[in-house]
Write a protein that binds this ligand. Structure first.
Ligand code: ZN
Length: 278
């Protein structure tokens, strides 16, 4: 058997990125090719990878096109996602995955899609102080600018953290070579690594939403700054372009996380009752 297992590559990259090679430079590490007999053949391995990739592409594509909030409505009670259901009368509601499995796992109430739209509009109105505006022209410009710049802002954020991490690795490497204490430098590096880890999921989710941003940008362009026109296009898939995810505290209380990292709390506590305490 003569090939390099692909799954080795991420682990080597991880070592490089996280600096474990730098930190333990006094202990040489080698990657040994063809060191042992493979458990699966190269052909089998590649076939599995192809199937995995095709499946994830298919499901991502299908989900994004069908239901804008799949995988983005998170239950604050159990941490699972809400899923979309349609009853025989055509009424659409979203239910926590755990609750669908059993009431014993999570008591989160279902939310009607109408309610999601209502709370999202409230979030949009709060975020852009829409009720204080007499004309939508400036708002339309601002929204278009936000969408057009969103990718650049996200790239910039990631690049800054990468540069910070690189600086830390260089400083740490230098300290090792000069036989100085590296404890403080290690802590600083760990801090940046944690920041990157926390941001990675948000970046990934943001990247998957490209189509929503394109579509909303197109719809804004079609409005051409006409007076009080935003409300005409303020539907779920339009607003979705600005949302990274929503934490569902109850059907009446959401925390919306926007693409710029800010959060808006919408709705209200219903008498301070928690799920199930009816
Ligand atoms: Zn739940």
């Amino acid at each position: 058997m003569s090939f390099i297992y692909f799954y080795k590559i991420p682990s080597i990259l991880h070592q490089l990125i996280c600096g474990s090679i730098v930190n333990q430079g006094h202990k040489p590490q080698y990657y040994i090719e063809d060191h042992h007999e493979g458990i699966v053949s190269k052909e089998e391995f590649e076939k599995v990878q192809e199937i995995i990739q095709a499946k994830s592409f298919e499901s991502k594509k299908g989900r994004t096109k069908k239901y804008p909030f799949t995988s983005r409505l998170v239950c604050s009670s159990c941490g699972k996602n809400f899923h979309r259901f349609k009853d025989h009368r055509g009424k659409v509601s979203w239910r926590c995955h755990s609750n669908v499995r059993s009431e014993l796992l999570c008591k989160a109430d279902p939310i009607s899609e109408v309610q999601i739209k209502k709370l999202l509009i409230e979030g949009f109105e709060k975020r852009y102080s829409m009720n204080k505006r007499s004309n939508d022209g400036l708002l339309i410009k601002q929204l278009m600018k936000e969408l057009a710049n969103a990718e650049a802002v996200r790239e910039h954020e990631q690049n800054l953290l990468r540069v910070e991490l690189e600086k830390c690795l260089i400083a740490e490497n230098k300290a090792i070579l000069q036989n100085r204490d590296t404890e403080e430098l290690k802590l600083k590096r760990k801090e940046i690594e944690d920041k990157i880890a926390a941001k990675t999921r948000l970046w990934e989710d943001f990247d998957k939403d490209y189509e929503f941003r394109e579509e909303s940008l197109r719809r804004l362009q079609d409005l051409k700054g006409s007076d009080k026109s935003i409300s005409k296009i303020l539907d779920l898939s339009f607003m979705r372009a600005w949302v990274i995810h929503i934490t569902v505290e109850s059907p009446y209380l959401f925390t919306i996380k926007w693409i710029d990292g800010n959060e808006t709390v919408v709705g209200k506590f219903k008498g301070g009752l928690f799920y199930g305490a009816k």
